[in-house]
Each structure stands twice: as C-alpha cells, then as structure tokens.
Design a protein around this ligand. Structure first.
Ligand code: ZDP
Length: 280
C-alpha cells in the first residue's frame, strides 16, 4: 500500500492530510493512522485528517483520527489546515472563500484569509453536563466552577463542549502545571465518560490568556483550537475574561471571539503546509 499525503500544522498542532474525496469512508484504518502519526516509526503528527465528499448540502466532510487512533468529533486547528488543503487540491486559493464542512460536531465553516490565515465559525458551545458529557453536574445543568479531585488536590473546573469535550481550570501560572503527570488523570477521570481534553489557563489580562493543553488521544500538543474556544467560553462564564481574546499557546497565538449576537465562537489563526510525500 502507498498513500499520498500532505503534512500541515496550525501553530505546531500538526496533521497528516489525506485526499479522500473519491470515497465516503476514510481510506485508512484507525490503526494505520496511529502508525503514521508515530514520531519515530512514522511521519509524525498529532492526528490524521481526511477530506471526504460533502453530506447534507456541505462542500466536504472532515473526519479525523487522533494519534492514538481514537476519533474526535471536531478539531479546530485541523479544520484550518483542511481549508488550506482543499484550496490546494482545488488549485485556487481565494481570500474570502468559505467552505461548508460536515463534521461529527455538525457543520463548521472555515473562511480563507490573507497570509495563510483562516477564520473558522466554530458554532455554538454546548454547556449542559449531558452534552459534554460529564457527571460533574446534573444532566441538564452547566458544570461551571465545580470541584474536581485529581492527584489528591481539588481543582475548580468548568466544562465546555465545542463538539468535543473540554475541562478548563484557571491557574496562577501555567508554566508550573505538571501537565505530563496530571493530564492523563483528567483525561481518564471517571466523571468524563467520553474522556476529555484538558486546558490550564492563566489570565494575563482580560483579553489575553495563556493556555497549556493535554489533548484526549494525543497528549501534550503545541496548540488546540477547540480548546482555545472552550477556554474563552469558560473564562466568560466565570467572569474572568472578555468575549474577544487572544489565547497564547505554546505554538503561538490564536484570536477568539464568542459573539454576544450569534452566540457562536469565531477563531482566527494560521495553517501551513510543510511537506508532501508518499507513505509506504
Ligand atoms: O477531542 C479530541 O480528542 C482532540 N484530541 C481532537 C483534536 C482537537 C484539536 N487539536 C483542535 O485543534 O481542536 C486539536
């Protein structure tokens, strides 16, 4: 078997992109995708993204496997990469062009901007405990500022779904969080039946947050688009930040806006192709 691929990244959150426009199911199994993501025995990536034919009136469908082979509903940095990959495949990159993309989290709309940037209408955040899902609050209630015991310490967490689950904790200093050891404890905590992505946020100013992330199925990554969206929503719900914020990730900054008018979250950031190749 030989598969053509392109390698992209959005702020160092890196993905293998596959042209899957001829078939409605991914051409690779989750196991094959996980092998490709291995940084020593494969290409190396945080996930594999497939560009499939559209459904329900959309232009294309996005499917994604994490580096462990699990399948998330959505990926914010990944969909920016997908938008630029599609422009590349179509042979024309037009500033202002918007794609309608079907995902497991519903329809998401990325728009191409100048200088390789992409703005994504990330849709409505889901806040009810049953939607996240988490058992930290009653099914039809929000999980805002809830105590959660991890590693013998009580953390105050807020849960937000951007199609995929996020657990956000505000801390004084993100650099001091032992992410490698506590990340997996949050991810696999029994209060999260679908596991969770975990973000630690330091509020530098009301419109500037610093974030570190432990991703479900991928571990420490340099950036997480859905996580940055979820963190701004959590910050607003806790009265800690403005609706328009810059979120600084280890891989660089993202611009976020949780619109009061539409209640949707808009994210702007870069996406870049690094190389192409054939995987054997
Ligand atoms: O929800 C999950 O299992 C995530 N690991 C999916 C990937 C999210 C992501 N990196 C993003 O940018 O939103 C990357």
């Amino acid at each position: 078997m030989s598969v053509e691929f392109s390698k992209y990244h959005g702020l160092g959150n890196d993905f293998i992109l596959i042209d899957n426009r001829h078939r409605s199911e991914p051409i690779l199994t989750p196991e094959q995708a996980a092998k490709m993501c291995d940084r020593h025995f494969g290409i190396g990536a945080d996930g594999v993204i497939f560009a499939l034919p559209g459904q329900d009136g959309t232009d294309y469908t996005m499917r994604i496997y994490n580096s462990d082979g699990s399948e998330p509903e959505m990926c914010g940095n990944g969909i920016r990469c997908l938008a630029r990959f599609l422009a590349e495949l179509e042979g024309s990159e037009i500033v202002g062009k918007q794609y309608r993309i079907h995902t497991l989290a519903g329809e998401i709309r990325p728009t191409l901007e100048a200088n390789g940037r992409v703005t994504v209408d990330m849709g409505l955040p889901q806040l009810l405990a049953a939607e996240i899902p988490t058992t930290l609050a009653a099914a039809d209630e929000k999980a805002i500022d809830c105590p959660l015991e991890v590693e013998g310490k009580t953390w105050q967490v807020t849960c937000v779904s951007m199609g995929n689950p996020h657990c956000i904790t505000f801390v004084d200093n993100v650099a001091q969080i032992p992410l490698e050891s506590i990340g997996p404890k949050f991810e696999h905590h029994p209060v999260f039946p679908q596991r969770t992505n975990t973000e630690f946020i330091e509020v530098v100013k009301s419109d500037y947050l610093k974030m570190r992330v432990w991703e479900r199925g991928a571990g420490i990554t340099l950036a997480c688009g859905t996580g940055a969206c979820a963190s701004v929503v959590a910050g607003v719900l806790n009265g800690r930040c403005d609706r328009a914020c810059t979120v600084e990730l280890p891989g660089g900054p993202l611009e976020l806006h949780w619109s009061e008018e539409t209640q949707r979250v808009y994210m702007t950031g870069p996406a870049e192709r690094v190389f192409q190749g054939k995987y054997n």
